[in-house]
Design a binder for this molecule. Structure first.
Ligand SMILES: Nc1ncnc2c1ncn2[C@@H]1O[C@H](COP(=O)(O)OP(=O)(O)O)[C@@H](O)[C@H]1O
Ligand SMILES: [Mg+2]
Length: 325
């Protein structure tokens, strides 16, 4: 059984221009202990996918227009808020994009970690404290018992990110979703946080979804990769395959602008043009207007995600024709 199955997931937002699909027909699955990378430019639908799985989007304006999420054999789509609260924490836990906005500045980090644990487990104050110290220790915060009473502003960006990870792991989740967990951090800390996530996967056997716009992060961590563009999955493959023989012109473009994890070089912009907003998507292939290989026929229909070799799928009418022999 898969840990997570996402099938045909479509999330719409009501906007001034009417209802638009932020994500559309998103399908993938994840096994226990597997690290899935979701990659794509800013605005491609990565966070909306994660927040739909967690059922954390405000409804309205958001609405799950189609599809479903199954976690550990249980259908999550349609569960009540109360039932979903039981899943979040011990089932699925998430590290959010911006650590400073997710930690409450007026409570000590110890109180915040303990509150997270107390929401799901009946433990004495002393046990909660011990558990919080263990978690801080696990995520590599030195002198954890002393740092427990610190406030978020007394910690560095890297330490706050570690605290966020400690909170996310405090209830031993089966699935951890990390949404751009390293974007705000310098390269050395980034590498440390990614190593930490992989160690924790090894130790707890949890499934991990790492969301990033950085192919370098994917190369370092993921077993399998999902590439998103304008709300849709446009390629999926094991990590080595994505780097060896990417089939979608967009994925090839992303690979040409891989920023280095170890050198702090500015990002190269290799794909001309910009991602279309949901209300202004072109007809047919959404990447068409930016694609060097687009034909007039590419605008006629949305290319379906097609399996081209075992475990490798891409959504491009010309994928086979353009594939290197
Ligand atoms: N609350 C919202 N209302 C309307 N549109 C939204 C909302 N949140 C996200 N979107 C739209 O959904 C699309 C995907 O956004 P998002 O998932 O945040 O992208 P990513 O995480 O890949 O950068 C974007 O076009 C964004 O404008
Ligand atoms: Mg995002």
């Amino acid at each position: 059984m898969n840990l997570l199955d996402v099938s045909g997931l479509t999330t719409a937002f009501m906007t001034g221009r009417g209802e638009v699909n932020a994500i559309e027909d998103v399908s993938f699955s994840l096994k226990e202990g597997e690290i899935l990378g979701i990659v794509g430019e800013s605005g491609s639908g990565k966070s909306v996918t994660a927040l739909t799985i967690m059922d954390l989007l405000p409804k309205p304006p958001a609405r799950v227009a189609a599809g479903e999420v199954t976690f550990n054999g249980e259908r999550l789509t349609g569960l009540s808020d109360r039932q979903m609260q039981q899943v979040r924490g011990p089932g699925i836990s998430m590290i959010f994009q911006e650590p400073m906005t997710s930690l409450n500045p007026v409570f000590s980090i110890g109180d915040q970690i303990m509150e997270t644990i107390a929401a799901h487990e009946r433990l004495s104050q002393a046990d909660l404290r011990r558990r919080a110290i263990t978690m801080l220790d696990k995520v590599g915060i030195p002198s954890a018992s002393r740092r427990l009473d610190d406030y978020p502003h007394q910690m560095s960006g890297g330490q706050r990110q570690r605290v966020m990870i400690a909170m996310a792991l405090a209830c031993n989740p089966k699935l951890l979703i990390a949404d751009e967990p390293t974007t705000a951090l310098d390269v050395t800390i980034q590498a440390q946080i990614l190593d930490l996530l992989m160690d924790l996967r090894d130790e707890f056997g949890m499934g991990v979804i790492i969301i990033t716009h950085n192919m370098g992060v994917i190369a370092e961590t993921a077993d399998r990769v999902l590439v998103m563009y304008a709300g849709r999955v446009i390629e999926e493959a094991p990590v080595a395959t994505i780097f060896d023989r990417p089939m979608h012109p967009y994925t090839r473009g992303l690979l040409e602008c891989v920023p280095s994890l170890t050198e702090d070089k500015p990002r190269l912009v290799a794909i001309p043009g910009t991602l279309p907003e949901p209300a202004r998507r072109p007809p047919g292939c959404r990447f068409g207007p930016r694609c060097a290989h687009a034909l007039p026929s590419c605008a006629a229909a949305i290319p379906p995600l097609e399996t081209l070799e075992p475990a490798h799928a891409a959504a491009c009418f010309r994928a086979k024709e353009l594939a290197p022999a």
